[in-house]
Write a protein that binds this ligand. Sequence first.
Ligand code: GLA
Length: 732
Amino acid sequence: MAIIYNESAKTITLQTKNTTYQMKIGNLDYLLHLYYGSSVPDIDMSYQIKQYDRGFSGNPYESRNARTFSLDAQPQEFSTQQQGDFRTTSIEVVNSDGSYSYHGKTAGYKITSGKYQLDTLPCVFARDTDTVSSLEVTLCDGASDVQVVLLYSVFEEADIITRAVKVVNRGTGSIQLKKIMSVCLDFLNGSGFDLVSLPGRYGQERQVERQPMTHHIHNIGSVRGSSSHQQNPFVILCDREATEDHGRCYGFSLMYSGNFLTEVELDQYDQLRLVMGIGPKQFVYQLAPGETFEGPEVVMAFSEHGLTGLSHLYHDFYRTNLCRSKFVSEVERPVLINSWEAAFMDFDDVKLVKIAKAAKNMGVDLLVMDDGWFGKRDDDNSGLGDWYVNKDKIRCGLHKLVEQINALDMKFGIWFEPEMVSEDSDLYRAHPEWAMQIPGRHAVRSRNQIALDMSRREVQDYVIEKVNGILDDANIYYVKWDINRSLADIWSNALPAEKQGEVYHRYVLGLYRVMDEIILTHPDILFEGCSGGGGRYDPAMLHYYPQYWVSDNNHPIDRLKLHYGTSFVYPTCTMGAHISDSGKFVSLETKAVVAMCGTFGYELDATHLSKEEQEICKEQSDRFRKYQHITFKGDFYRLTDPFKVGNMTAWQHVTKDKDESLLSVVVTNLTCNGPQEYIRAKGLDPGAMYSINGSKETYSGAALMSAGLPIDREVPEYSAFQFHLVRERCTV
Ligand code: GLA
């Protein structure tokens, strides 16, 4: 069993293959955190804790005259409220008597085999082949009888520990939950940490920032009702000296798609605390006696092999334990062409068939009909919510259109934005009360659309019925699910005044129910998530969608940074990447090399391409299929950092058996008569010989990794190279 309770030391130790995590039922039954990091045997790590009389740091009443025990200076497993710990809280409640206080002491623990489940929120899962055990530790506040249940699952082989939390009101009065974090992790010595996060904006999602920890509370989160373009629910804490290959790195990835918060506090004694969970903005959840609240799961990983080691743990785990869709590993992803940048909303059935015919010559498998096919939708001012075919555009009807595409031996995909409504729509005219707007106030507009109140059951049912109606009516192979605004005017007409503080979270719960009912009931459809590009790219969404649109920004040079940032936690097989007209001075070949660091497809008017260009695309589509087993299943290496000044951006995929690799390089800058550049490969077998792009000569893996590969510099700017390395088999 990977979870061990030591009776005499009162420690609970969680062991994965390479990591150890330990807590202790300490003084006065407070639950202390002792360790998370590289494997250590099951010893009591509490020798690290020293106690002093710290001025202005309160002592629990039961300590009597002893002044050396203060929660303000002890590492805690779950920081509580008004207990003399003045650092970041993990829970904040208003009790039924109006007091703001939560004193949690350990009331019990349970160790079980298998993965815990949450009833209301998506979680990672254990496969039959995984060895997983779980721990439940219950904290109880003696005065209110409110329990906090800390949940842990240990994935031994994967080196992953998940955490989640439940709050159970066993008292006699209602309480208000104002903050509940899913994870709290204390480090006794935190002064040497850097924090890596993925901030961004529309068109530039998941850029990378790294900052040294100082004596502040560093706050990373979203208040936009979705996990957002602006921040991602993923952070890394790493040694200041950590590089791609060396150093300790801790990852925290939150499975939640609404407001979130990560707080990292370096305290007065250089101890560091990280908490992560649902964003507390406008969050006030009423818990009546007997009710339970669930906080989302955090997937934690630790690697002492640098940022690459950490990324590999997430890539491997998210490829196998996050999404059950058959498209994750059993079925090859199709090469698609999307109508958006080809025609925007200016299309009809005839035009779509023409694009599909041209795309067929390009080796494309799937035509996606993007925004503009439904209701009255010639621009983005109307039509959202009216999920029936616009007969002026699709004159032959959806059935016939799909049949025509299928007759070309191509598959058909369709776009929805199910969570939104236009004021100019039949849906809004029939149900203005379903739109999220505060009575007596005008709603904030964004792209001239309003969010539907997804917390309402009848709204969820409407969306389920309409979308499923279309999916069941025609031979749909693929769906792109979009959301194109941040939430504002948080209000539900279906809830009383005192429950309006629940709407942000109820929206997310409603959305998950809708996705359960649409996505999980259509296992043969490939779903791709989208939010004005990559605005809601989080693991909870990837629980449903095997792939997610990285960004509306298709410029191949900008994409180098987008793919780089995204790769810190999300694997290549999730990254929606297309070739479009964006990037006029960049060749089709460079665009293809960049898009092969993702799910690959086209987003342009194929009828405008010459025969030669179509043939080039056909070769690219074939090449993507040929290399898919390397890019989607192999290990990913960031060989250069596109945020640093340099002349090349390079990355590499290597199959698990190290037999094959795809090393990609884009020349981003060429100085006149400059030095020769070398790119050093990673992840190869040093003892093996590799051929490159079918060459007769072979090169030693060790040499390619230590001396590197010379990159031809007599090429136009923005040229790309793709080196396919194959291990030479000994034939004797
Ligand atoms: C968003 C998406 C685009 C496209 C448009 C359609 O911006 O990111 O790919 O689907 O919506 O309105």
